[in-house]
Design a protein around this ligand. Sequence first.
Ligand code: ADP
Ligand code: MG
Length: 227
Amino acid sequence: LRQSLVKAEKLEAVEQMGAAISHEIRNPLTSAMGFVQLLEDDQLDLDKRNQYLAILKEELQSAENVIKDYLTFSKPTIECVEVFQVEEELNQILKLLQPSANWNSVKVVSDYNSLNYIQGDCQKFHQCFVNVIKNAIESMPNGGTLSVSSQSNSTHVTIKIQDTGVGMTKEQIERLGEPYYSTKGDKGTGLGVMVANSIVKAMNGTIQVKSKVGAGTIFTFNFQLYT
Ligand code: ADP
Ligand code: MG
């Protein structure tokens, strides 16, 4: 009896997770489908076509990210430890998110003082910064500037992600990282910051947030350098 109870509980957890995932990947998939339909128009000029393809790619990536966030959530251990170059990774993410920056008329600026190496799970680092940089871009629906910088001393590298977006109230900052906490309604999952937090923690890093309503937000990360 006990075993079948445990089984039933597990099944329920799986069902809940399934419902949550399907709800949250429906948005990017619906949007992707919309762009596929736009792309079916053979009169479409090349510029538009490329623009739509870039967005399509990003929407699919976004659906994949929801799944990744759920997996990290249910299995938050660092599995693959390697040494990687911080700025190279950040540049890759900026390239990936350039279409949504364009879409929001966001100017992207990066400023690296040097090339820094850290040790950890490179894919999870990537996921963490995709989540944070995506939030920064989404906070500037009417345009603004996204600044990504790195600065190091002899032991640590500091990464700053700064936006000139809507900012957050004190209460919003306090609730940041709470599972499912989102101010984006149907467009948000409220998992991004929580997952970013758990990744940074697993890498022995730190996060600080400074924000002002109407002015913008700065996320500051610290990681130990690999030497
Ligand atoms: P989601 O983006 O799906 O809403 P997140 O966990 O990524 O979930 O973020 C949670 C909430 O934190 C957001 O809904 C938003 O209110 C707030 N937030 C996070 N980053 C920023 C930012 N750069 N500027 C303003 N608000 C932010
Ligand atoms: Mg988010």
